[in-house]
Design a protein around this ligand. Structure first.
Ligand SMILES: O=C(O)C1=C[C@@H](OP(=O)(O)O)[C@@H](O)[C@H](O)C1
Ligand SMILES: C=C(OP(=O)(O)O)C(=O)O
Length: 465
């Protein structure tokens, strides 16, 4: 799965600016859910545009180990599709024969979820309401991440989950023979925790209810509804969302197209904004309101960033993003916006480092428990780049350079974190001395083809040796 030996990479100022039209790979959140829910449907589903990153491939392998038949088909050079596949490229289609809700079987071996928090936590939800025993592990990064946030509610539903100390993986899940529905108020804003409970609720009789005080991405709810589950969302007086799922639905197989990942599009978009003379278009990007906080923030900073051809793809809002190099000004991101851009703070930090004035980001506590402690990793990387940065437990302030940052050859430590690697390579496009990262191989977890795509736009990214 993820590399152990590192491969340093360096990015340097793009002399003539970036230009071109690209598509980014399919959305990671939707891809995990497409595989998991299709595996529980009755009949054959097809998925076009699935992200073929290591994280999603870990989910595919796990669902196969649990009894679903999942195959990948290439149907020759095809026309451009809504999935962002270009004319002349092989059209890839994933085909899933579901086992029906409640039909998962006990895996014969340990489930390795690689680098993926989403895969591990959502799968724990699925396992929790099946009468089976399964052992789950992950790479060195995933084994540091907290699992009690899902284990606690899943145990209330009747599962037994034995984790390593501190609620870490590896973990053994003893699924409930007679799962019971719960009403659970999320103590942290997390779409993974919400989804784990809803997925456990699928094979649970009665009504499972999740209350989320702060809205998080709603791909699970959208997909379940589209497959025929009865799921309702009400808003309480204080703004909390109450999501109710009727258990034991029959999920209908369907043909799904996954739109491009906004969290991946974020990198070329910021690159285009901070590299003088650039204009780039990223086609077919998912613009779910639970995911678009970065784009709102960049516009607040004065970015020339527009949406063209707004449309619906597979039940998700989608559009083409056009980014033109812009002189950015500092911004304050309020805590309530954080869930809608939770994976985008590293690349926003790169943009803020080149902006005029001091930016402040609030509500960042969750950044400390991602693939790395992203708050610390970003602060350390910016300091190496010669940027003044201050941090607290859940906030960060960045003194922008009003143009290129100094940069330098000392590698930024990425801690097996794809978003840290990509964010600092992007910053290298607006760094006098370029930027170097200690490893870029884990980028394949979420954004296979990142380097080729960026170089196709005119970026200079190379091995640093
Ligand atoms: O549900 C999902 O697909 C995700 C939810 C977020 O995690 P949290 O639920 O931990 O906030 C996000 O950081 C992750 O990349 C994907
Ligand atoms: C946090 C992320 O993913 P996950 O939690 O699935 O590892 C991410 O992709 O930035």
């Amino acid at each position: 799965m993820t590399s152990t030996a590192s491969r340093p990479a360096t990015a340097r100022m793009a002399p003539a600016g970036l230009a071109g039209t690209i598509t980014v790979p399919g959305d990671k959140s939707i891809s995990h859910r497409a595989l998991m829910l299709s595996a529980l449907a009755v009949g054959r589903s097809t998925v076009d545009g699935l992200l073929e990153g290591e994280d999603v491939l870990a989910t595919a392998a796990a669902m196969r180990a649990l009894g679903a038949a999942i195959t990948r088909e290439e149907t020759g050079a095809g026309q451009e599709t809504g999935a962002g596949q270009e004319t002349g490229m092989p059209v890839v289609r994933w085909v899933i024969d579901g086992v029906g809700v409640g039909g998962l079987s006990e895996p014969a071996d340990i489930l390795d979820m690689g680098n993926s928090g989403t895969a591990a936590r959502l799968l724990m939800g699925l396992l929790a309401s099946h009468p089976l025993v399964a052992v789950m592990t992950g790479d060195a990064s995933l084994r540091k991440r907290p699992m009690a946030r899902v284990a606690t509610p899943l145990e209330k539903m009747g599962a037994r989950i034995i984790t390593r100390g501190g609620g870490r993986l590896p973990a053994t899940v003893v699924g409930a023979r007679k799962p019971v529905p719960i009403r659970y108020r999320l103590p942290v804003p997390s779409a993974q925790v919400k989804s784990a409970i809803l997925l456990a609720g699928l094979n649970t009789p009665g009504r499972t209810v999740v209350v989320e005080p702060e809205a998080t991405r709603d791909h699970t709810e959208r997909m379940l509804r589209a497959m025929g589950a009865v799921i309702t969302v009400e808003t309480e007086a204080d703004g909390a969302r109450v999501i109710s799922l009727e258990g034991q639905p029959e999920l209908a197989a369907r043909d799904l197209t996954v739109p491009g990942d906004p969290s991946s599009a974020a990198f070329p978009v910021v690159a285009g904004l901070i590299t003088p003379g650039s204009q780039i278009t990223v086609r077919n990007v998912c613009l779910n309101p639970g995911r678009d906080g970065l784009f709102t923030t960049l516009r607040d900073m004065g970015a020339d960033l527009t949406v063209e051809a707004a449309r619906d793809v597979g039940g998700e809002p989608v559009g083409d993003l056009v980014a033109r190099a812009s002189r950015l000004t500092a911004v304050t991101v309020p805590a309530e916006r954080a869930p809608s851009m939770i994976d985008e703070f590293p690349v926003l930090a790169a943009a803020a480092a080149t902006a005029r004035g001091t930016s402040r980001f609030e509500g960042l506590a969750e950044l400390r428990v991602k693939e790395s402690d992203r708050l610390q990793a970003v602060a350390d990387g910016l300091a190496l780049a010669g940027v003044v940065v201050r941090t607290g437990e859940d906030w960060m302030e960045i003194d922008g350079c009003d143009g290129p940052v100094p940069g330098g050859a000392t590698p930024v430590v990425t801690h097996l974190d794809h978003r840290i690697a990509m964010a600092f390579l992007v910053l290298g496009l607006a760094a006098e001395g370029g930027m170097t990262v200690d490893d870029d191989r884990m980028i394949a977890t979420s954004f296979p083809g990142f380097r080729g795509l960026m170089c196709g736009l005119g970026a200079r990214i190379a091995d640093a040796v």
